[in-house]
Each structure stands twice: as structure tokens, then as C-alpha cells.
Design a protein around this ligand. Structure first.
Ligand code: ZN
Length: 111
């Protein structure tokens, strides 16, 4: 699964979504800003335990619909103090894959 994410992010490096930034903060005060692309293409992350959450797209007639969300966890050694900085990617694995699979609009289509 990680290989898939890495190759999808490399294929979509122009995707605006991948230009969002993520801040890593260590308890010693060190902080670093990475783009989603840096984070995802580096492959230095693990997947957490999938959790069930209530779907935000619930319709009025369906109650308690749950979806699975797998957190993507980045662990990086702090260059200042050597402790691990653990950060959770803001988008779950299940939501990330469709975003990366989205094709950018074809400029020819409107030409
Ligand atoms: Zn530190």
C-alpha cells in the first residue's frame, strides 16, 4: 500500500492537494514544514490501526453508518534532540487514494 501511495504522489506531483503543507513539531521546540508531496513521496510513514468513524456523508434515512479510516503516521527522528516526532497525516488512507487517483482536468477539453 505504501508503494502505491508513493507512486501515486509521484505521478500527481502537480496536484494542488500535494502542495498543502504539514508542520512537524518536536517537544524540544524544533519544527519543520513539509509539503504533502514531500511527506507522501518519501515513504517514511506507517499505517495505524483502522478506526471506524461515523460517515460525515450520512443521509437522513441512514443511521449509524460507519466508515473505516486508516490513519497515516509519520515518524521522524528530530535532528536536534533525537526523539521521535510522530505526526498524523490529516487525511486518512481511504480518502487519500481517491484524491491521488483524480485526474487533473484536461485543458484540451475546453479549448
Ligand atoms: Zn527534538
Amino acid at each position: 500500500m505504501k508503494e502505491l501511495i508513493v507512486s501515486l504522489s509521484e505521478k500527481n506531483r502537480q496536484n494542488k492537494f500535494l502542495k498543502n503543507k504539514l508542520e512537524l513539531r518536536c517537544k524540544c521546540g524544533y519544527n519543520e514544514t513539509l509539503t504533502y508531496y514531500d511527506f507522501l513521496s518519501a515513504g517514511e510513514y506507517n499505517f495505524g490501526q483502522p478506526v471506524s468513524i461515523v460517515s460525515p456523508f450520512i443521509s437522513e434515512s441512514i443511521y449509524d453508518e460507519t466508515i473505516t479510516a486508516t490513519p497515516i503516521l509519520l515518524t521522524k527522528k528530530c535532528p536536534d534532540c533525537g526523539e521521535d516526532i510522530v505526526s498524523v497525516f490529516p487525511v486518512s488512507l481511504e480518502n487519500l487514494v481517491p484524491i491521488l487517483n483524480m485526474k487533473p482536468p484536461d485543458p484540451q477539453m475546453y479549448g
